[in-house]
Ligand binder design. Sequence first.
Ligand code: NAD
Ligand code: LMR
Length: 329
Amino acid sequence: MAKRRVKVAVTGAAGQIGYAILFRIASGQMLGPETEVELQLLELEQALPALKGVAMELEDCAFPLLKNIVLTSDLNTAFKDANYVVCVGSVPRKEGMERSDLLKINGGIFTAQGKAVEKSAASDVKVFVVGNPCNTNALIAMNAAKGIPSDRFFAMTTLDENRAKAQLALKAGVDVSSVKNMTIWGNHSATQYPDFYNALINGKPVTDIITDTEWLKGDFIKTVQQRGAAIIKARGLSSAASAANAAIDGIYNLVHETPAGQTYSMCLASNGEYGVDKGLIFSFPCRTEGGKIKIIEGIKHNEFGQEKFKLTLDELRGERDAVKSLGLI
Ligand code: NAD
Ligand code: LMR
């Protein structure tokens, strides 16, 4: 049977995450063994020589599913007919930089990228934002590409979900694969709410298995919220292999049918679910059914959960208002 062929654009492809993700996309781990891929890699002009080296290594892997590699610093060349655009490149906050400076710089990048997606990408394009602040970067790109349905824009909380699953499994002494429906609500930031109350271990509520509720409400949540910062402190660099792994998992989740009874965490544009402002890019429990991605409604939060939910929602509203006042959306 003829294989399907897709074009996958990756921005910031010569960076740390780029170096970890490209080989896994090319090997078929993201889209499956029946999908051939053409990689369209975007970098800043000055990083193109390093990107050339990455492309040489990709060739040297002789991946049967990898059919073409484009290297470019031109947005429209990178996004031409792309079915998937994985936005990894962004500018991290440097010492002395105000948050508004960061939003302004990334606002410029994601406005231009949104416009180029609208102009050049395939009509079925899905845009998956990893570069931080990923929720608000996705919001900016989505608003710059009004011709593309807003349900094609995503930002990544898969890494937070994986981190939360791992911490719960360690505490309970169970295999990590027995932890399911570990929803991250809200922002990919230190306000995110890793919702252990609605997560399951071997099909049972987490709170039946881990009875140390103080740990769940305290150290567990804090560890997941602060994990990115802890890795930066330990490594001197932000998470890269685990972030790339999460992006592979996240896009895999989007494009494959979700097993019965399960959900995954994904940031996407709200339609008003759970009282989240329409259009805000918020992390919800999701499922892919019949190729369609849907937010799972009806999950209940107790008082503790409602408080945590409001904190992360308020932070995202603040980020949206800040980019609005900068004229970016
Ligand atoms: P990195 O600095 O190693 O690589 C980023 C690359 O992007 C660089 O090679 C740079 O040249 C390129 N770049 C910058 N601006 C660009 C632009 N306008 N167009 C094209 N390329 C551009 O960074 P990294 O470690 O790969 O991380 C990338 C981003 O991912 C960061 O913003 C980081 O904070 C974020 N991140 C997100 C998560 C998450 O869970 N959502 C996790 C880890 C890291
Ligand atoms: C992470 O969660 O590891 C990253 O988002 C941290 C960062 O600021 O790059």
